[in-house]
Design a binder for this molecule. Structure first.
Ligand SMILES: C[S@@+](CC[C@H](N)C(=O)[O-])C[C@H]1O[C@@H](n2cnc3c(N)ncnc32)[C@H](O)[C@@H]1O
Ligand code: SF4
Ligand code: SF4
Length: 361
């Protein structure tokens, strides 16, 4: 993560904005070149209409006025947009910026990624066949691993983002060790599915039995092992607070967090519509957001979302547990500490395809 002093100062100044959200996730497109089993995005009617480059930039200006510190670009595959380089360059001037890729396009579009803070490559397993099965595309594993290697060689901060599910939960600790030892941080998603609802912003998680982590006790053990590993190993991008909350949830189904949708975080879709989370209906357009943020209507929606317990998407849990100013700092500190140590300790060992294959016996 390379940050200019101007950007750091801007982030610091903005962090004092009263009643501000920390995180915004922009789902820039519904288009996707993959066919992941756990995902509904590619199954729904393809929608080609999308916000223009200028609209995205004006939206990012709104984020700044609100006091947003972190922006994640996702989709669909946001790298399918021709203007992605311009969007990332603009966003990266002001925000801690991350872009997701399924591993298929990052190497090809490397010049668009030079200024971004993190490129998250979705890779769920070291098992080639299993990844191709999960992604629904032959060659997905080779592409993703090649992209990780290229990004590292080019000095771009790559993080690996596995989605923990029944298919890989038993290997997630070894998977984490493998990458962190090679100087590549790991940022987790947790398999979830959308509850049936009308007017949701964006359909993502498909309910599919083989992904659902039914063995809650072993998932709690994974949390424990990651907590332990965090004491010894850098590059584990999930806080101990979140791991403890997840563990508690696995053991007794109890949520130790209150959802902070439309308070600590919000989502924007490919049409520039804003919602508390992807499962909720749009409540404003991006350009209306500044006027609406402190309105009574948003206040009432926040209360409603605060009582909601309908999903377990890990990113929403993270930004709910870390919604306070101190909580925001805990995330930033965790990332910075990790990046600094990774850079100094492991001056980079690219995981070559052959190297990875040989770990799977
Ligand atoms: C929806 S994708 C969009 C970005 C990009 N297409 C990609 O796959 O990286 C963002 C992340 O969600 C993960 N994901 C897919 N299906 C999921 C589900 N049902 N529950 C939670 N995360 C899921 C993907 O593996 C990916 O890491
Ligand atoms: S998870 Fe990402 S790559 Fe896979 S189908 Fe969904 S949007 Fe596409
Ligand atoms: S718990 Fe929060 S993030 Fe999940 S569906 Fe409800 S409002 Fe949305």
């Amino acid at each position: 993560m390379r940050m200019s002093s101007q950007k750091v100062l801007g982030l610091l100044k903005r962090s004092f904005t009263p009643n501000r959200p920390y995180h915004a996730q922009w789902l820039l497109t519904r288009r996707c070149n993959y066919r992941c089993r756990s995902c509904d995005i590619w199954r729904e009617k393809p929608e080609l209409e999308e916000v223009s480059t200028e609209e995205v930039k004006r939206g990012l200006d709104v984020f700044r006025r609100l006091g947003v510190l972190e922006v994640v670009f996702s989709g669909g595959n946001p790298l399918l947009r021709d203007d992605i380089g311009e969007i990332l360059d603009y966003a990266s001037r002001y925000f801690i910026t991350t872009i997701y890729d399924n591993g298929s396009l990052a190497a090809e579009k490397i010049d668009s990624l030079r200024n971004v803070d993190f490129v998250a490559i979705s890779l769920d397993t070291l098992d080639k066949k299993k990844l191709d099965y999960i992604k629904g595309v032959p060659g997905a594993w080779e592409k993703a691993v090649g992209a990780i290697e290229t990004l590292q060689n080019e000095g771009i901060s790559v993080v690996i983002s596995p989605t923990i599910s029944r298919l890989n939960q038993h290997e997630i600790v070894d998977f984490t060790k493998y990458f962190t030892k090679r100087g590549v941080p790991v940022l987790y998603c947790l398999y979830s599915y959308d509850y049936p609802t009308e007017n949701r912003l964006f359909g993502i998680g498909k309910r599919i039995d083989e992904f659902e982590p039914t063995d809650r006790a072993s998932l709690a053990e994974v949390c424990d092992e990651l907590i332990e590993l965090k004491r010894k190993q850098q590059g584990i991008f999930i806080t101990t607070k979140v791991l403890n909350a997840l563990k508690e949830f696995c053991f007794n189904g109890q949520r130790t967090w209150e959802c902070k949708a439309l308070r600590g975080f919000f989502i924007v879709d490919h049409l520039g519509r804003v919602a508390g989370c992807h499962l909720r209906q749009p409540v404003a357009s991006i350009l209306e957001l500044s006027d609406q943020w402190n309105s009574e209507r948003f206040g009432n929606l926040r209360k409603e979302y605060g009582r909601c317990d309908k999903c377990t998407y890990l990113c929403y849990i993270v930004y709910s547990l870390h919604a306070s100013m101190l909580g925001n700092l805990e995330i930033i500190q965790d990332q910075w500490k990790n990046i600094r140590l990774l850079r100094t300790k492991n001056r980079h060992i690219p995981p070559s395809v052959n190297d990875l294959s040989s770990t799977r016996s």
